[in-house]
Design a protein around this ligand. Structure first.
Ligand SMILES: *Cc1c(COP(=O)(O)O)cnc(C)c1O
Length: 401
């Protein structure tokens, strides 16, 4: 765990900063590996592309789930082998395809993209397998499948297969991803089972074995204080059981994971810059709130305006209104408490991360730390706003804790 000394010491040099705890990242990797024996995990780089974190994860032998050509290149640079990098994202340009061909496994996100990848491979006179992202007929909640901008609808996929076979296109694997941040073990297990059944059907139509079946992500992490962890042991046991009942014995099984690895190993620290009283309120002004870590401010905004408690399709911008907790580190011992608003130093009134909360009395130089800052935090924040600059990002190596 990151210590009070580390936080106060870092705050002497930086007004706002991310601290990443490498030992927590390693522990999460170990938990997944211990239970899922025959599955390879892919790190979803977009949740935190910090080069040192990427190196740590690459060093553990994980592959990469890249969401852009840039992430393919960053993964290579971190030491991940091209055959372990899967590039799956909607709307890849011809340039993206050209830049990454031969450096990763390309996963086509539409019928048009299958053709564009084929065109590039022909230009380069290469024959490579193409992965396809399928938008399946099932959903997480056993409702009818909704339309999606991701992947190729299952029906469309099967209706295109004969033509692709004729054109000698080798479909080498499938990718399905429907949801992030689920905490219901049984629901994720059922989803895995559905993907395996789909893979079996795909193999049967293809007439040969798939190289890989990418089951996407889903495994969430506790954010709210009432959230409970996914039961990884049970999830893995269920998966093994389902796998025995489908004839996809030789395909490489892949599960993507971003936040599970790094989300709770990251902390965002903001120094108290000023404190002022206006009429009935006491404002504590912190360094780079909305612009340094956007999601806590967004949670306040959603709380004000959302009609539904869990609006769909808002991850990873919004998880839930009580997703972040605050800890304060005062320079001096402080016994007194006071009710304050925590706001940032941006020139917008929307720059609020907490209202009317009771905290130990804060003074300039003290530090407020937000948790769950390892994923969709630094990478998802508008650092350029008001030219306030980037917070520092520091990985605390496991050996030095
Ligand atoms: C963002 C994303 C992930 C990562 O989701 P987490 O909730 O961070 O694990 C995995 N797969 C795909 C396709 C994604 O777009």
């Amino acid at each position: 765990m990151i210590t009070r000394e580390q936080i106060l010491k870092t705050a002497q040099e930086h007004d706002s900063f991310y601290l990443y705890d490498e030992s927590m990242i390693l522990k999460q990797i170990q938990t997944l590996r211990e239970h899922f024996r025959d599955v390879s995990f892919l790190y979803s780089v977009k949740c935190n592309p910090n080069p040192e974190i990427l190196q740590t994860i690459a060093g553990q032998g994980l592959g990469a789930d890249a969401a852009s050509a840039q992430e393919v290149l960053a993964s290579l640079k971190a030491g991940i082998k091209s055959e372990d990098i899967y590039y799956s994202a909607p709307g890849k340009s011809s340039r993206d395809i050209e830049q990454t061909l031969g450096k990763c496994i390309l996963v086509a996100d539409s019928v048009g993209e299958v053709e564009r990848i084929l065109e590039e491979t022909r230009k380069k006179k290469e024959t490579v397998g193409i992965g396809v992202r399928i938008h399946p007929n099932f959903s997480f909640d056993q409702e009818n499948a909704a339309p999606s901008k991701f992947g190729i609808d299952e029906e469309q996929f099967f209706s295109h297969l004969p033509k692709w076979k004729e054109d000698k296109i080798r479909i080498c694997g499938i990718h399905v991803h429907l949801r992030s941040q689920d905490l219901d073990t049984d629901r994720i297990a059922r989803y895995h089972q559905n993907v395996l059944k789909l893979a079996e059907k795909v193999q049967k139509e293809l007439g040969y074995e798939l190289d890989f079946i990418n089951l996407g992500a889903g495994i969430g992490i506790p954010y709210g204080i009432e959230d409970r962890e996914v039961d990884i042991r049970k999830l893995a046991e269920q998966f093994e059981l389902f796998k025995k009942n489908v004839s996809v014995k030789n395909a490489r099984m892949l599960i993507e994971t971003g936040r599970y690895l790094v989300g709770n190993g990251g902390f965002y620290g903001m120094k108290v810059l000023d404190k002022k009283v206006s009429r009935t309120k006491t404002y504590v002004i912190l360094s780079s709130t909305l612009n340094g870590f956007m999601r806590p401010s967004l949670a306040r905004l959603v709380e004000k305006y959302a009609k539904e408690e869990h609006p769909a399709g808002t991850e990873p911008l919004f998880t839930k209104t009580d997703a972040f907790q605050f800890t304060v580190y005062t320079q001096e011992e402080q016994e007194e408490e006071e009710r304050v608003d925590l706001v940032g130093n941006l020139c917008t009134a929307a720059d609020v991360i907490a209202e009317d909360i009771l905290l130990p009395r804060l003074q300039p130089g003290d530090v407020v730390v937000v948790n769950h800052a390892g994923s969709y935090a630094a990478t998802l924040s508008p650092f350029a706003f008001a030219s306030l600059g980037r917070p520092a990002e520091i990985l605390i190596h496991a050996g030095t804790m």
